[in-house]
Write a protein that binds this ligand. Structure first.
Ligand SMILES: CC(C)(COP(=O)(O)OP(=O)(O)OC[C@H]1O[C@@H](n2cnc3c(N)ncnc32)[C@H](O)[C@@H]1OP(=O)(O)O)[C@@H](O)C(=O)NCCC(=O)NCCS
Length: 183
């Protein structure tokens, strides 16, 4: 397993260009086979680019963690403060906004290490619940989240380009928040 070779660190503004490239590439790898090129291009263009990721890395409401294996970026996660869907239904929610591992590192324990660090980062911000939304057709990610302890809580709409899709909403309870989440 690669988990012993994996290091996790907090991203800094200087990582913006690499994060933009990693974000676009891992999104494309995960979803281009099941979506039209037009919808993919619209979504990628509005979601990834050095300026967009630079703004995210400077946003105090967003925590970005990078997983590195053999000195290469192998994945990333982003937590985002903000309102949760009603079906999450617990105090102190924080959103696991993005969670992506490079294809070459999938199934090798990197995702587990990244999730452990992400849960620690959420708890350190005082969150009581981590929630996420995942495409209803993304069986692998749902299987991963379930084995990590997330439970299905409901559904919500997700727009990819011009395509209306259905996401499952999943949540993991961390316990009662000690302090209100920042941001
Ligand atoms: C989601 C992701 C981070 C999980 O990391 P991973 O290293 O692949 O996770 P694991 O291999 O530890 O776990 C995946 C589980 O799904 C199972 N699985 C694999 N392919 C599957 C499939 N096609 N359908 C259903 N389950 C599948 C695996 O067997 C494994 O379960 P197991 O350990 O009990 O056998 C990674 O696959 C990824 O980055 N995917 C692309 C991006 C993505 O979808 N991100 C989530 C967006 S919400």
């Amino acid at each position: 397993m690669a988990e012993r070779l994996t290091t996790i660190r907090r991203a800094v503004p200087g990582d913006a260009a690499a994060l933009a490239e990693l974000g676009a590439r891992t999104f494309r790898d995960a979803f281009e086979a099941d979506n039209t090129p037009e919808d993919m291009a619209l979504y990628l263009g509005s979601s990834y680019g050095p300026d967009l990721q630079s703004a995210e890395l400077r946003n105090p409401g967003i925590v970005t963690l990078l997983a590195e294996c053999e000195s290469q970026l192998a994945g990333y996660s982003q937590l985002r403060a903000g309102p949760a869907p009603v079906c999450v239904g617990r105090p102190g929610p924080i959103e696991l906004w993005r969670f992506y591992v490079e294809r070459a590192w999938q199934g090798r324990g990197v995702a587990q290490r990244l999730m452990e660090a992400t849960i620690e980062a959420a708890a350190a911000r005082g969150a009581g619940t981590i929630w996420l939304s995942v495409w209803e057709r993304n069986d692998r990610a749902q299987a991963f989240y379930r084995k990590t302890g997330f439970e299905d809580r409901g559904e919500r709409e997700f727009i990819l380009g011009n395509d209306r899709q259905t996401d499952r909403v999943m949540a993991l309870e961390l316990g009662e928040p000690d302090v209100p989440p920042r941001g």
